[in-house]
Design a protein around this ligand. Structure first.
Ligand code: FE
Length: 341
């Protein structure tokens, strides 16, 4: 027979358990600009491990950001995931992200790939591609080379107001200073083979076709093309040389995919758990490989023949992503003055 005192203790324990269960989040609202098949595995795996269901809102980067801002204090969003440091910085400047003080995240993600409020989970490089029949590798070793008169009429790129080019401009401001970056932007514009148009893949194809001599592109688009079995893609890639820029100076510009927890997140516990999960070994593989990117966590083995075909290791710029973000607005002003639209 249970003594009265024991029963009381048991009841108190049960009550504590119930209230804990009520407090624990059972779902998580994820606003994400990523939509890769492998991300699906990521969500399923997280739910299997934690029992937390993920509700996903997908959209274009800028649209999601607008949506979160419009929803304001009532936003159901717990986590915002997007690509490019410039966009995460914008979200941060609007005051959307909460500070997340997680020893797990600090231990897993290198210091230059995180801030107090948002975290990088994969990296991509902005590299130079050139048409081997038209341009010599020696002519395009550095970003600075793209502005030299020798490349007149040969340079192609997507729009200067696109986040990828703004982040590169921000990095150049940090390394070379604003004045030299403006000179660079003017030289770049003077070298255009055509007015900026299309995405990075369009630039790769145009370089392959000889319409452009050289272009700036993100590494994952190249990896994707290198994996392509389409005969026209294979032909284009045979004609293209890839340069990891600035190996003798500050290193190749690196951008990121990343995310953070929103200040207004209704499920803060689950949100932090998810951010920490993304930095786990298993999740890193899904997250990075899904878009042919590199993991941020050291020791994650990646087997991706597209990335391997691009050629081994390179010196990456270690400029902190938070620092980079500080110069994005200035980069836009410089591009505007230089006519890089
Ligand atoms: Fe992209």
């Amino acid at each position: 027979m249970i003594k009265l005192k024991t029963l009381a203790v048991l009841l108190a324990g049960a009550a504590a358990l119930t209230s804990q269960a009520q407090a624990a989040d059972t779902e998580l609202n994820l606003y994400t600009a990523r939509h890769y098949q492998t991300d699906e595995n990521l969500y399923t795996d997280f739910t299997a491990k934690t029992g937390i269901k993920i509700n996903r809102i997908e959209g274009k980067e800028e649209e999601l950001l607008e949506r979160i801002r419009n929803e304001g204090a009532n936003s159901p969003a717990d986590i915002f995931i997007t690509v490019d440091a410039a966009r995460l910085a914008a979200a941060d400047q609007y005051g959307l992200f909460a500070t997340v003080d997680s020893p797990t995240l600090k231990a897993a993600i290198p210091a230059h790939l995180r801030t107090d409020r948002w975290f990088a989970y994969s990296t991509r490089a902005r590299v130079i591609v050139y048409n081997k029949l038209d341009v010599k590798a020696e002519q395009v070793r550095n970003y600075e080379d793209l502005a030299k008169p020798a490349l007149k009429g040969k340079v192609c790129t997507r729009s200067g107001s696109h986040a990828y080019n703004l982040s590169l401009g921000a990095a150049l401001i940090q390394h070379l200073g604003a004045a030299r970056t403006e000179e660079w932007a003017k030289g770049l514009v003077a070298n255009f083979a055509r007015a900026p148009k299309g995405g990075d893949t369009d630039q790769i194809k145009a370089v392959g076709a000889g319409e452009c001599g050289v272009a700036l592109v993100n590494s994952y688009y190249l990896a994707r093309m290198l994996k392509s079995s389409k005969p026209e893609d294979r032909k284009a890639m045979e004609r293209i040389g890839i340069i990891w820029p600035n190996q003798g100076s500050f290193g190749t510009h690196i951008n990121i995919s990343g995310g953070g927890m929103l200040k207004t997140a209704p499920h803060k516990q689950a949100a932090v758990k998810f951010l920490e999960y993304l930095a786990s070994m298993e999740a890193q593989d899904y997250f990075a490989n899904g878009n042919n990117e590199w993991p941020v966590v050291a020791g994650v083995k990646l087997s991706n023949r597209g990335l391997e075909a691009m050629g081994g290791s390179f010196k990456a710029d270690t400029l902190p992503v938070g620092k980079l973000a500080e110069s994005v607005v200035e980069a836009q002003r410089i591009y505007d003055r230089a006519g890089f639209r």
